[in-house]
Design a protein around this ligand. Sequence first.
Ligand code: BDP
Length: 719
Amino acid sequence: MRACRTALLLALVIPQCLRAEDGYELWLRYRPLEAEWRSTYREAVRSLVVPQSGSPTLRAARGELLRGLEGLLGAVPASAREAGEGALLLGTPETSARIADLKLPLKPLGEEGYLIRRVDTDRGAAIVIAANSDIGVLYGTFHFLRLLQTRTALANLDIVSRPRIQLRLLNHWDNLDRSVERGYAGQSLWDWWRLPDYLDPRYTDYARANASIGINGTVLNNVNASADSLTSRYIAKAAALADVFRPYGIRVYLSARFSAPVEIGGLDTADPLEPAVRAWWKAKAAEIHAAIPDFGGFLVKANSEGQPGPQDYGRSHADGANMLAEALRPYGGAVMWRAFVYSDTNPEDRAKQAYSEFKPLDGRFADNVILQVKNGPIDFQPREPFHPLFGAMPATNLMLELQITKEYLGFDTHLVYLGTLFEEVLDADTCAGSSGRCGEGAVVASVIDGSLHGYRRTGIAGVANIGTDRDWSGSIFNQANWYAFGRLAWNPDLSARSIAEEWLRMTFTANKRFVAPAAGMMLRSRQAAVDYMTPLGLAHLMGTDHHYGPAPWVDHLARPEWNPVYYHRADREGIGFDRTAEGTGAVSQYAPPLARRFGNRNAVPEDYLLWFHHLPWDYPMASGRDLWAELVHRYDRGVAEVRAMAETWAGLESFVDAERFYKTARFLEIQKREARWWRDASIAYFRAVSGRPLPAGAREPARPLEAYRALQFPRGAGN
Ligand code: BDP
């Protein structure tokens, strides 16, 4: 399908036809560049010098380069044996004598890094993409293509890049029946039934996309794991996927169900100190490694939300993790042990429980265990302060878990760019450096890249937003969240803005008149969602189970912390959760200067105000409004921003093909309606609880509170 419309170009009115796109190609679209760029780049890349007998990884690099150059430049450069003027040289010193001769400073690049540089050879200027390993060459190739896609001048090329974090993983919450927990983009990509015999070509495109942003591992199955994933039948299927991913530098990992020795092993216990159990896991690890020689390791959710774990046998998390670590040790594998634990029998503030559980275990984990900690202390809410375990575990490897799928941020339809959320977490100052002061670089990024505490193993995981939808992520703009995760995992210092701009250029067009407004919309979108869902530090106010829409009134669920009323604590007098010393004392889990700041209602950032404080409705805010009026103002601000986003998008129609334009436009309409629903239902409820009239000028909610309370959503998405 082609959408033709007239556009003002160079002062001429000419018809512009943009071929409809369904988003399948993600940011690797390789559409023809403008004529000037095409000729500039064709000059710069006249021939390709790639080692003849390459590994599958080098062949993938060459294939990607040919695909990219053909698409972008409309021509494939000749293959050459020797570098001449305009040559592009690829390889490692081992695979290419020409690269070895150049004596490039490759040592600092490590295993995965690369260098892209202009070099002078005897026969003219060339460009070299060199690395110590083939995978470095592949990463460099994708970077080089990105330079072309974003129209970067190649004159003084001198790029050196290596990842700051070792394990850069996607976590798929995919079940063996192809449903995806909290997935909003269709079914699981993994066609378990047809594996290992049928390999969907999509697996290769998945690997290409991940390699292009430096992701180097994938956990195939849900953390709420079925033990069946560890049976021989499923190991063979996982091995087939691993074979497809291997050339792209992607290792396979599995979520392990702690009680598997009982469920599929015929034992009557899964006690981690029981020799038969330890032997079972060792044999299992050996079996997996025989099928998947580069198997990455296990991810474990234990003693959390009903999952089995070592505490069922009176053992600690360290006992459980170390047992699995021992089984994987001969093969170099890692255990990623999740810190997302809260018990339905523990009366302690839920925000405190993970720290209380794990802090005393610091230093008790084997060195191939990494504790995987969610960004905030509750659960991927639109905004949370960073998790207090970051900075508090100097003797335990800690990795960060982010959620790319938007369970709490509008599912598939809301346009919410998470680059800014990820950036906010990575840049959060733990104030836990050796000086004990803030502002000295002890940010979350420096915890997880290992530099703050000298961790030997480092990692970052993103809960994937990928499924069988043609556009992979349920919406075009959700692709940006996958992209941003990968780019920040490689380099946590990149800015959310630069990533958004880069992604827009590659995904749509490099035209500034498109990129500037679209980037502005993306950068403001997460704050908008916070404003219309959970402003001023509120959290966990969504509908039960499906998590769709507002339900701050829910108060009847069996456990206190399952109920939204537990989190907002609104009554006639005020609102918010007192986590100061007078309340639950959760502030004391942060480094002293932060504990003081968060614990002081006049010093805490307003974004976290009601997270840490319970305040009267007439509490005076910085704006001059009282708390109630400020809350309503924030809800309105969020709704207004979404309206503005929809208007911005409408104005960008001439830059986007009809299919992607239409989908995004319709989704923004859904977001507009749902933002208003969040605002109206929340305000109607808080008004009733507080007994306060609406602030002057505030719009009356569209429906009475009872109408919102009565809404039901059976079969909600992703549940
Ligand atoms: C919650 C999800 C639930 C996950 C859980 C987890 O609602 O589906 O199983 O996190 O991370 O946010 O284990």
